[in-house]
Design a protein around this ligand. Structure first.
Ligand code: FES
Length: 106
């Protein structure tokens, strides 16, 4: 496990998404409320569209792809509806001192 700084908590609004590149991986951060942040691959498994361009649903804890509307559980990466059938990879996250740390190798 090697946690690396991804962003400051202040860089992501509550209910917001942030796409970034980390160690060769495209990563999407999803901030629910407070310091509850999740990280997953920033590419929809349907047609490789960036999920960071989509929309986060705080109640469902899901992200909706902006291209064809597939939804994924931001906590588990599970595909929740068609046209996506495969989960997105998720990465371990911790928040320390206002910084978001992600383990992209984890
Ligand atoms: S690329 Fe995401 S739903 Fe098609």
């Amino acid at each position: 496990m090697a946690f690396v700084r991804a962003a400051s908590l202040a860089d992501v609004d509550e209910g917001g998404l942030l796409g970034l590149e980390m160690e060769g991986h495209r990563v999407c951060l999803a901030r629910l409320q407070g310091d509850e942040v999740y990280a997953f691959a920033d590419n929809c498994t349907h047609r490789d569209f960036p999920l960071s361009a989509g929309e986060l649903d705080l109640e469902e804890c899901s992200v909706t792809c902006d291209w064809h509307g597939a939804q994924f559980d931001v906590k588990t990466g599970a595909a929740l509806c068609l046209p996506a059938t495969r989960a997105v990879a998720t990465f371990p996250v911790k928040v320390e001192g206002g910084e978001i740390l992600v383990d992209v190798a984890g």
